[in-house]
Design a protein around this ligand. Structure first.
Ligand code: ADP
Ligand code: ADP
Ligand code: MG
Length: 544
């Protein structure tokens, strides 16, 4: 399909392809007059990991809340008292009825991890240990604490721990419960790749436990992790904020491929004009432009050397996007601060001081202010057609300009923060985990906005991210950090993509193969033939 003619191909070359349209049927749930409506609900299958993939604002969390008995679907009859009997009537004879009957009769138990972990400190007053001990129904807490590396923060107050720590505590609290159905509404925000893999393994082990019949349902935007983790996938489509439809389950491979392609086969539905594609081969070594800076070897330690960072000397060019990868707590933000001159190296100087615009990992823009006032206070270009094309459109800001910063969802706040970072005049733009809380399409659009911005301003973008697909789509070269988090970090000089990916993934012991249909990278099963062969060849990501 060419993706241009969606109604009817004038050449009769392709069959009719639908665009998402609100259905005539009664929805499963509608929030109010002219408000968002959800159609259908996924059915978690025993012993399975079921995934949900779809854009933000399409009803994924709404569906999860209904399945976890935290919201009674009103079947479109808002205003009155919704009741489960009517819902059961509606789904009589379906697998969903079976699930819901057991849920209402309390024959099954559920556990849910909410999407926005940042809200937890507002609801819980106490330390990590107190929070976790309440949830230890399986006697698995010690193991979860160990594998999720929560030990060092056990006695810290919940309102003092970082977002990445909160995410792991929330996951541990959910998995520690003894439930038949577990609902995990996004598992990767703020986690590094190693931590994402640990979480994926823990979820898989619970589903595979032969002594219990457990079902896991996971909402996730990190496609590499979702692909590794899920057995089946419901794709959610529709119009964000207006209506959402959940497809019947697809195999996880087909579901992700169709999602990237932008066309759902069984539904004969085009959900996006263009497909998202990946390069199988590393980008060719390009001739470099003008150097932005050549930096010397740098060392930096904090306190009495509790943490030390060693940076190899290297060169950064104008107009390039440098991907930065490495575990959390390894010194990535410290390097940004060194470049910005806000932190001094242990000895000597750098011989330069760059104007840096920095988007931190955890976004704190909580002023009682509208989005448009906030952004126009940052740049004079606000409102120009140039700014609109380069920043507002790709970051989908126009529909939220009149909202208060404090009312924004996680994904909206992220987009405003990326826009604010790019709108600051600078030589070097440092974005720390821009993918957090964005859906796949927003990640791709944010990626191209960052790329174009760097090129057009002869500036360099340093993008720290843990979503390997985003790094692949985004980066010209790669800067790899290794070491021991919270103790010692080492930053290698920027490398070509292939060499960088190989260094990084060898450290994590992960190889990727390519999907035969689409060329999309997929994590290999450890110890599989491909995994062993690629490790022998030293090709962890790109094919030779
Ligand atoms: P997703 O998880 O796919 O991002 P949600 O289920 O959170 O989507 O939300 C879907 C839509 O429903 C959004 O437009 C959201 O603003 C709206 N919505 C969510 N909760 C409520 C609520 N309690 N009242 C009114 N609208 C809501
Ligand atoms: P990353 O960005 O890779 O997550 P950071 O550069 O933020 O890592 O931090 C690396 C290590 O240095 C962490 O253990 C962190 O706690 C520690 N650290 C960061 N800033 C300071 C500081 N100002 N004083 C003491 N320790 C710090
Ligand atoms: Mg959600």
């Amino acid at each position: 399909t060419c993706g241009i003619c969606v109604e009817k191909c004038p050449f009769d070359a392709i069959e009719i392809i639908n665009l998402p349209q609100e259905l005539d049927d009664e929805p499963t749930h509608r929030y109010g007059d002219n408000a968002f409506a959800l159609y259908g609900l996924p059915v978690p299958a025993p012993g399975n990991v079921t995934g949900i993939l779809g854009p933000n604002g399409i009803g994924k969390s709404t569906a999860v809340k209904a399945l976890a008995d935290e919201l009674v679907p009103n079947l479109g009859e808002y205003g009155g008292d919704a009741d489960w009997e009517a819902v059961l009537d509606r789904y009589r004879g379906s697998e969903l009825q079976n699930y819901l009957t057991q849920l209402i009769d309390e024959e099954i138990t559920v556990a849910r991890k909410p999407q926005y972990v940042d809200q937890i400190p507002k609801q819980f007053d106490g330390n990590t240990r107190q929070l976790l001990e309440q949830t230890d129904e399986r006697g698995a807490l010690d193991e979860l604490v160990e594998r999720l590396s929560i030990q060092p923060i056990m006695d810290q107050p919940i309102d003092s721990i970082s977002g990445g720590e909160l995410q792991r505590v929330a996951i541990a609290a959910t998995l520690a419960r003894d439930a038949d159905f577990y609902f995990l509404d996004e598992i990767t925000p703020y986690l590094d790749i190693g931590q994402r893999m640990v979480v994926a393994r823990l979820i898989r082990e619970l589903a595979d436990d032969p002594d219990a019949e457990r079902s896991m349902l996971v909402v996730e935007h990190d496609l590499a992790i979702l692909d590794l983790l899920a057995d089946t996938l419901h794709v959610a489509y529709g119009e964000a904020g207006v209506f959402g439809v959940m497809t019947d389950p697809k195999s996880v491979r087909n579901g992700i491929n169709e999602y990237l392609e932008g066309y759902l086969n069984n539904e004969n539905m085009r959900i996006r004009p263009e497909s998202i594609t990946f390069e199988e081969h590393a980008p060719r070594e390009s001739t470099r432009g003008t150097p932005l800076v050549e930096y010397p070897e740098i060392s930096k330690s904090y306190g009495d050397g509790e943490f030390s960072l060693d940076v190899d000397s290297g060169m950064i060019y104008e107009g390039e996007v440098l991907g930065v990868v490495g575990p959390n707590g390894i010194g990535k933000s410290t390097l940004a601060k060194l470049f910005a001159g806000s932190v001094e190296p242990d000895s000597g100087g750098l011989g330069f001081d760059l104007d840096i615009s920095y988007k931190p990992q955890y976004i704190e823009i909580d002023q009682p202010m509208r989005v448009d006032s906030f952004l126009s206070s940052i740049t004079d270009e606000f409102g120009t057609s140039y700014w609109d094309t380069e920043v507002a459109k790709p970051l989908q800001l126009n529909s939220i300009m009149e909202q208060q910063l404090t009312d924004l969802s996680g994904g909206e706040r992220q987009r405003v923060a990326i826009a604010a970072c790019l709108s600051e005049p600078a030589d070097l733009y440092v974005l720390d985990e821009p993918s957090a809380h964005l859906d796949v399409e927003q990640r791709v659009q944010a990626t191209s906005a960052i790329r174009r911005y760097a090129e057009n301003h002869d500036a360099t973008a340093l993008v720290i991210d843990h979503d390997i697909y985003m790094i692949d789509l985004l980066a010209d070269r790669l800067m790899v950090f290794d070491g021991e988090p919270a103790q010692h970090g080492h930053a290698a000089a920027p490398q070509e993509m292939r060499a960088g990916m190989n260094d990084f993934l060898a450290d994590l012991d992960i190889t990727f193969r390519r999907d035969e249909g689409t060329g999309r990278p997929r994590i290999n099963k450890p110890g599989s033939q491909k995994d062993s062969q690629q490790k022998r060849d030293g090709e962890y990501y790109y094919s030779a």
